[in-house]
Design a protein. Structure first.
Length: 295
């Protein structure tokens, strides 16, 4: 666990020596819109520094971000619920090979898409989400998602499964969260984490235009330092793989066009919004873990 102090330390290994990876793009005050799940203002971040010891990249001028998430509204996220449900169903199917039933907690649950998929698979599932708007949407669908952050009084555990999908890159001091999760995990439970891989081929090819470089992401892992932090936080790695995501062709097309100059962009036909395809650019890491056995 890295203690919070006034000294700039690596959130993963505690190192004090950094190299400047990227200068800050913050010009004016930020709003919750900059932190929307579907925001595609790629390449804009706070100041990023890379730890010389473990290679973890962290944001040094944008560390208190919880208020942005509490006030976040993201209508496009809800409009893409169908395809997001497909990817959550795929993830639930994957983790079911290791744990087929029991209590499941999804941290950073959004409007409860993972919770919904897990309930349909037979899990006793619930979630926790900081956004008031997303939590209210989950509530409207009678999905058990609580508003707040983890740990939370309504989610004491123990849980047979805990999922943390595309969340850890949004928080400071990720080791503290991983340790709290470990405490709420049943002795024979499983923990599933997904996060972008800053050393992936896509990240290297696109440079700072990579879609995971954005204001909302304040910590960037590679496979090596992610494994290091997980093991340090009390986990044993069971499986590592590259997850797939589902998108409509229109969603992908709009984001592709954002890389082009304005005069080359054009309206996309409506029918592309009906076609959903799986995409795996191998630029995210999925890790399935168990608690380390006590000696």
């Amino acid at each position: 666990m890295i203690e919070k102090d006034n000294t700039t330390r690596c959130w993963v290994c505690g190192g004090k020596e950094f190299t400047l990876k990227k200068e800050s793009d913050i010009e004016d005050s930020l709003s919750s819109d900059h932190f929307a799940i579907t925001n595609f203002d790629y390449g804009k971040t706070g100041e990023l520094k890379k730890c010389k010891s473990c290679g973890f990249i962290q944001c040094t001028d944008l560390t208190e971000v919880i208020n942005f998430y509490q006030d976040l509204e993201d209508k496009e996220y809800e409009n893409t619920r169908k395809e997001r449900k497909l990817q959550e169903q795929r993830l639930v199917k994957f983790l079911s090979r290791y744990k087929s039933a029991g209590k499941l907690l999804d941290i950073g649950a959004g409007s409860g898409i993972m919770v919904e998929a897990a309930l349909e698979k037979g899990f006793e599932a619930e979630g926790i989400e900081p956004s008031k708007w997303l939590q209210q949407n989950a509530q409207k669908m009678n999905l058990p998602v609580y508003q707040g952050v983890f740990p939370h009084a309504k989610t004491p555990g123990p849980y047979d499964v805990i999922t943390l999908v595309d969340v850890i890159e949004h928080i400071t001091y990720p080791g503290n969260l991983l340790s709290d999760i470990n405490k709420s995990l049943a002795e024979d439970g499983i923990f599933v984490l997904v996060t972008p891989d800053v050393n992936s081929l896509a990240a290297k090819l696109f440079g700072f235009k990579w879609w995971h470089y954005r204001f909302a992401h304040i910590g960037y892992f590679n496979r090596k330092n992610l494994v290091y932090l997980l093991e340090k936080s009390g986990y044993s790695i069971v499986k590592m793989t590259r997850p797939s995501w589902y998108f409509t062709l229109k969603y992908l097309g709009i984001r592709f066009l954002s890389f082009l100059p304005g005069f080359l962009r054009f309206p996309l036909p409506r029918f592309l919004d009906k076609i959903i395809i799986p995409v795996n650019l191998r630029d995210s890491i999925l890790v399935l873990c168990k608690k380390k056995k006590q000696r």
